[in-house]
Write a protein of this length. Structure first.
Length: 97
């Protein structure tokens, strides 16, 4: 069985505040999802540890940490424990807002 790459949280951004160097990854994901970007959309940016690869995940498309884990697994990637805990808190906060 192949070793999964680790992905760590870089940040959670609204489209309007996305760092310029991360914007191309966000644009690629939006295109994959046939999504029209809105400035208020929030995205989680993950970096594959030891690489210059980033994974953009629109927060409104994630129902749970286990759902996100399954998506990442398809890309041979898994979240670090700290990233899992942080995203879990984000999802709980979003539901209570």
């Amino acid at each position: 069985m192949r070793q999964l790459e680790k992905a760590q949280l870089v940040g959670v951004y609204e489209v309007r505040e996305m760092p310029e160097e991360l914007r191309p990854f966000l644009n690629i994901q939006a295109k994959r999802e046939n999504r029209q970007l809105r400035m208020s959309d929030k995205a989680v940016m993950l970096q594959v540890v030891g690489t210059a690869s980033f994974i953009a995940v629109f927060l409104d498309t994630v129902g749970s940490v286990s759902e996100l884990a399954a998506r990442l697994h398809k890309q041979d990637t898994e979240m670090t424990e700290i990233t899992k805990m942080t995203i879990e808190r984000l999802l709980v906060d979003r539901k209570s807002a």
